[in-house]
Design a protein around this ligand. Sequence first.
Ligand code: AMP
Ligand code: MG
Length: 403
Amino acid sequence: MLSYEQARNKVIEEIGKRTGPRATAAVSVWDALGLVLAQEIKTDREYPPFDRSTRDGYAVRAKEATPGAKLKCVGEIKAGDTVREALAPGTCVQIMTGAAVPAGADAVVMIEHTQREEDVVRFERAAQAGQNIVPRGREAAAGQTILTTGMRLGYAELALAAQVGAVELQCAKRPRVAILSTGDEVVLVDETPGEFQIRNSNSVSLAAQVRIAGGEAVVLGNAADRVEDLGEKIERGLKEDALVLSGGVSMGKYDLVETVYKAMGAEFFFDAVAIRPGKPAVFGMCQGKPVFGLPGNPVSTMVTFELFVAPAIDLLSGAKARALPLVEARLGEAMKEKPGLAHFLPARVEWSGGAPVVKALKWQGSGDIAALAKANCFLVVPADKEKIEAGESVSVLLRKDVV
Ligand code: AMP
Ligand code: MG
């Protein structure tokens, strides 16, 4: 059985082999959050475009602003003012944050380090040449590439594009990911379940996870645990860029997903992973499309999506697979788990006593959505660990949607 790292690498390798360039579209910078850039963006001029003051204070010649020195203030420069005149020796000029530093001046002294009487400014400490000034072109040269194909556009990347006037961006189209749940007991979320039925919460979490991962969710509803119904709905799902099923991959008599995938020509790369929850997770290619079968218990579905489906969506978006958001923390309370499988336990990590400390939450197993809704991470217990003492260092998989 593959470890979760091996299984994840398998997904990346197999999809990486097969994905060509994505279809692209021009998207407004206002709408491009989370998309993957499909062009290079270059600066339209130098950044900053002028020597920029980073403080409110006085522009000076550094060697003149010695402790106790007095300089005549000959004017003021606001952010946005046109600055053509050089600073005359023996003078200073009041300057605001974001304003252009005049020629001749080589330092800005913070207003907090000066005293002013009428038009005379007294300096309290020695100024260093260059202080509080970002010279023209220091952040980027004119025509420099600042964003490249394959980068994911977060708020900083969008601001950078906006800064250089790139208001329309060529982006990869979001891969369309079909979501299909299975199970005779499952009813739509807006239906009233019978006494022994449950609502289709997996389709809701999966659609959210697809969206966060950068895909477009195409929710296909629920298939009954019958070969014909499953087959029809899988066929519909194969029209999209990838297909994610939940449920029906365990050892039960009515767990038919693998059988039906196989009948439709799927090639599997794994059908079990050494993790709990999520062990029966399935990944293959079917008619040229990546297909997943995730176990139906809601927390299993969520964990296996993060581990195996999210990197697939990265690749299908024209980006590299992002690393798992794993960080290190100290274990808050000693714990024991059965060895053999890596465990992903709903947990909370909090800053405490100068370090991140993680505690597993009480839960009733992988059907317990309420426990995960209280968690901000999964505590990862390695497969070879049986006991972990309080204070030991452990890995934590962050829930990137809430932290
Ligand atoms: P399965 O993987 O089909 O054996 O299902 C495992 C458990 O998850 C069972 O208790 C199912 O009732 C539950 N389950 C399956 N599909 C869903 C779903 N779409 N939403 C919520 N729970 C589900
Ligand atoms: Mg089922």
